[in-house]
Design a protein around this ligand. Structure first.
Ligand code: SAH
Length: 226
């Protein structure tokens, strides 16, 4: 369990994050808020520390997706930064995240000022992250164990929605729960790669859409799991 994890964040890790930020800047992440968030969030604390932790730590700040337990992964830093940048979050906005996982993206959203609601379908991951995020100081996100396809109607509408698993299609409940004027980022595709879709809700029934290139995600699965 994460209790064994130190909250240590020494100069070596801070140095590695600075270099990661430089790489992200070169790859086109230009939002100062997003870069500052990546520089701040201690990604090395988010891994599955029950297995192979020392080996993983070496890679904590390379631009890679890595295991977090329960067969899931922590998203690439570039993917997290890219989706966050494209959401153009204004501090105080309500953001719904689908796929909490280890909570890294959640923490980055908090750092750019979002009021975050996040859903995870795997009970083991949900339980772990629900303890872990407050443990390292992120007390504000509202974490929910549930099925992301359904969203969170009780907290809707949301200014922004971010889906962090590859979806076969855009869940209609999420479209309904997005505010008019709001933006959704969702990777679509059932194969190896997904196309990142940007949607802006222009009226109750109309959306502007853009496709933003290929990314790799674990699949968005139906229903809750233990
Ligand atoms: N946001 C995470 C990404 C985790 S990977 C990060 O910062 O790294 C995607 C996560 O989505 C996994 O934890 C997976 O269990 C979860 N997931 C998949 N389908 C889901 C669904 N229908 N509802 C909620 N979470 C889902």
């Amino acid at each position: 369990m994460f209790y064994e994890v130190s909250k240590e964040d020494d100069y070596l890790f801070r140095g590695k994050r600075k270099r990661l930020v430089e790489q992200l800047l070169q790859k086109g992440i230009t939002s100062k808020n997003v870069l500052a968030a990546i520089e701040k969030v201690p990604r090395h604390l988010f891994f599955d520390n029950t297995t192979a932790r020392p080996a993983l730590l070496d890679h904590a700040y390379s631009d890679k997706a890595l295991p977090i337990g329960a067969g899931q992964t922590i998203s690439h830093p570039y993917t997290v930064a890219f989706q966050t940048q494209m959401l153009e979050i204004v501090p105080g906005e309500k953001v719904l995240e689908i796929g909490t996982g280890c909570g890294y993206q959640t923490a980055v959203l908090v750092e750019v000022g979002a009021k975050v609601y996040s859903i995870e379908r795997q009970k083991t991951l949900y339980d772990k992250t629900k303890l872990f995020l407050p443990y390292i100081g992120y007390t504000s996100p509202r974490l929910v164990y549930g099925d992301g396809y359904k969203g969170l109607p009780q907290y809707a509408p949301f200014d922004k929605i971010i889906v962090t698993a590859g979806a076969p299609y855009i869940p209609s409940d999420l479209l309904v729960q997005l505010k008019v004027g709001g933006v959704m980022l969702i990777p679509i595709g059932e194969g190896e790669n997904q196309e990142m879709n940007w949607l802006k809700k222009t009226s109750d029934t109309q959306f502007d859409k853009k496709q933003l290139g290929n990314f790799k995600f674990v699949p968005l699965l139906q229903n809750k799991a233990q």
